[in-house]
Design a protein around this ligand. Structure first.
Ligand code: NAD
Ligand code: TYD
Length: 340
């Protein structure tokens, strides 16, 4: 069995690579990644010498490179994590989101059609459903919730999802899609809420909360997401969408306060800044389908997961300090410099 993952030098893809090496050491695992600003080879350092693992630096939009790789490796299962993933960057510059997230998905599926696979799995997001109001806690995203996107990022992911379902219907490609809520855990790029707040708090820098901090996200520990993807790509029904999330809704401000407390830092570091344009209010997943069909449930409680995550950032300072000392400085200055 050969599994090919794209975007494995990023946050979730990297965690998935580590999960797969541990669970299926006998399987061959190929990782394709362009190594954009979000890709980090040091994330994969622990598995680089594994004889059943191969890393290939390539762009998923590069048809020639992808076909060449399929010809050499003939993967059985393809899992597409590769994407531009940050909403704030998509608001600044949508184009690369459309290229990688939609056209890259097309190239990967064309390769799957040409060379044949048993499964193409698309890693998607609950953001394709848009948002829910704060005053209707009874509402959740199900797989039947209409696509209704807010940002260029979520629109590009929704576009890709539609294309994946079209490739199933039109060409009979054996696809599946999972739509997950917000992940947290090790190797999370420090531009996202939780790692950004941990890194800033450790450096005694202001903690920039958008708007009033009342937006709600449904947080899932990344390892639980990896387990769910593994189940869906092997046992999930072809042509189906599976929502992944764990009834763990938290307001941004409460998470930031929790991080301050865990690191013994004063809440006076919290700074309210201008809100994100088109900011989604609340995401909340109904995971009934994946639970009843595949027996999946999240295993990590938020209190434990956030402790493990904070400890990982304390133990792996060199991983994120290197990131925030480079090009990231320019990004940070641009996004947060005059944001009041
Ligand atoms: P990330 O930004 O941390 O990593 C993305 C990876 O993809 C990087 O290693 C990057 O180098 C690579 N990449 C980008 N463009 C590429 C290209 N053209 N060719 C090859 N590689 C390329 O993202 P993440 O948070 O790990 O998200 C992974 C996937 O999961 C994405 O598809 C995202 O939409 C989805 N997702 C993320 C979350 C979340 O909370 N982070 C939640 C639900 C779904
Ligand atoms: P983020 O981690 O970017 O994930 P997403 O937008 O995909 O949900 O943001 C999570 C929430 O945190 C979102 O409501 C925006 C908010 N946020 C801040 O308040 N400050 C920040 O500096 C960042 C990066 C996010």
């Amino acid at each position: 069995m050969t599994v090919l993952v794209t975007g494995g030098a990023g946050f979730i893809g990297g965690n998935f690579v580590h999960f797969m090496r541990k669970k299926y050491p006998e399987e061959r695992l190929i990782c394709v990644d362009k190594l954009t600003y979000a890709g980090n080879l040091s994330t994969l350092a622990p598995v680089m010498d594994d004889p059943n693992f191969r890393f290939v630096k390539a762009d998923i939009c590069d048809r020639e490179a992808i076909y060449k790789l399929f010809e050499a490796e003939h993967p059985d299962i393809v899992v597409n994590f590769a994407a531009e993933s940050h909403v704030d960057r998509s608001i600044e510059n949508p184009e690369i989101f459309l290229k990688t997230n939609i056209l890259g998905t097309q190239v990967m599926m064309d390769a799957c059609r040409k060379y044949g696979v048993t499964r193409y799995h698309q890693v998607s997001t609950d953001e394709v459903y848009g948002d829910l109001p704060l005053d209707r806690p009874d509402l959740f995203f199900t797989e039947e919730t209409p696509i209704h996107t807010s940002s260029p990022y979520s629109s590009s992911k929704a576009g890709a999802d539609l294309l994946v379902l079209a490739y199933h219907r039109t060409y009979g490609l054996p696809v599946s899609i999972s739509r997950c809520s917000n992940n947290y855990g090790p190797y999370h790029f420090p531009e996202k809420l939780i790692p950004l707040m941990i890194a800033n708090a450790l450096n005694d820098k202001p903690l920039p909360v958008y708007g009033e901090g009342l937006n709600v996200r449904d947080w899932l520990y990344v390892e639980d997401h990896c387990k769910a993807i593994d189940l869906v790509m092997r046992n999930g029904r072809v042509g189906e969408v599976y929502n992944i999330g764990g009834h763990n809704e938290m307001r941004n401000i409460d998470i930031v306060k929790m991080i301050c407390k865990a690191l013994d830092k004063p809440e006076s570091l919290i700074t309210y800044v201008a809100d994100r344009k088109g900011h989604d209010m609340r995401y909340a997943i109904d995971p009934t389908k994946i639970h009843t069909e595949l027996g999946w449930l999240p295993e990590t409680k938020f209190e434990d997961g956030i402790q493990k995550t904070i400890q990982w950032y304390l133990d792996n300072k060199e991983w994120w300090e290197e990131i925030i000392s480079g090009e990231y400085q320019n990004y940070y200055e641009k996004m947060y410099g005059n944001r009041s």
